[in-house]
Design a protein. Structure first.
Length: 201
């Protein structure tokens, strides 16, 4: 952007912003330009908010969803159906399901999908913690709600094979979700129908 050529601190700022998801060079430059022009008080508030979120938000000890407490609000909600666990890829997938208002169960966040090509094996995502939850008893159904992608399907099948010997019903989301799509971008009606027509694995 004109006026900032060859200024190392500006380039460093742009580079750091560009590391955020879906932020290209031009978007990063616009954000950097805005930050530079913002008054000191608002910049301090932005930095403080980032630091607070980074230091205080962590994984729920039960499900792996993000929370600022030991146990997230969903896991601590007594009205939730603890006999059903919906397994999702990432925390933001829970937001999509909650908007659909179909589920009143609890969740388990994998924080990734199995991908041998990328070196992601079972120990690198939250599979062991899921199995530990199930071994405590009380769960009747696990809904595999990983993305409908090659890695999502492979992860769902891998986990279902681990669960089957426990005599727990394992289901997969039904039709309506496009192959290769991410659940966080799926509309509420499609998610509702996918849950309604889920199939046993």
């Amino acid at each position: 952007m004109a006026g900032f050529n060859n200024i190392p601190v500006y380039e460093e700022l742009v580079e750091m912003i560009q590391r955020l998801p879906n932020i290209g060079r031009r978007s990063a430059e616009r954000i950097a330009y805005h930050i530079i022009e913002t008054d000191d008080r608002n910049v301090d508030r932005l930095v403080d908010a980032i630091r607070k979120a980074h230091n205080n938000i962590h994984k729920c000890e039960i499900c792996g969803n993000y929370t600022d407490k030991k146990i997230c609000s969903i896991c601590s909600d007594p009205s939730r159906d603890k006999s059903t666990i919906c397994v999702v890829t990432r925390p933001r997938d829970i937001v999509a399901f909650e908007k659909s208002r179909v589920l009143r169960c609890t969740y388990h966040v994998l924080h990734g999908l199995l991908s041998p090509a990328e070196g992601i094996d079972p120990d690198m995502i939250e599979i062991r913690s899921l199995i530990r939850r199930l071994r405590k008893g009380g769960v009747k159904e696990v809904i595999m709600a990983t993305d409908p992608s090659v890695t999502g399907e492979a992860t769902a099948m891998y986990i279902s094979k681990l669960i089957k010997p426990m005599n727990i019903k394992v289901t997969r989301l039904g039709y309506g979700i496009s192959i290769g799509s991410e659940l966080q971008y799926t509309d509420e009606m499609t998610l509702s129908r996918a849950l309604e027509y889920r199939n046993e694995i």
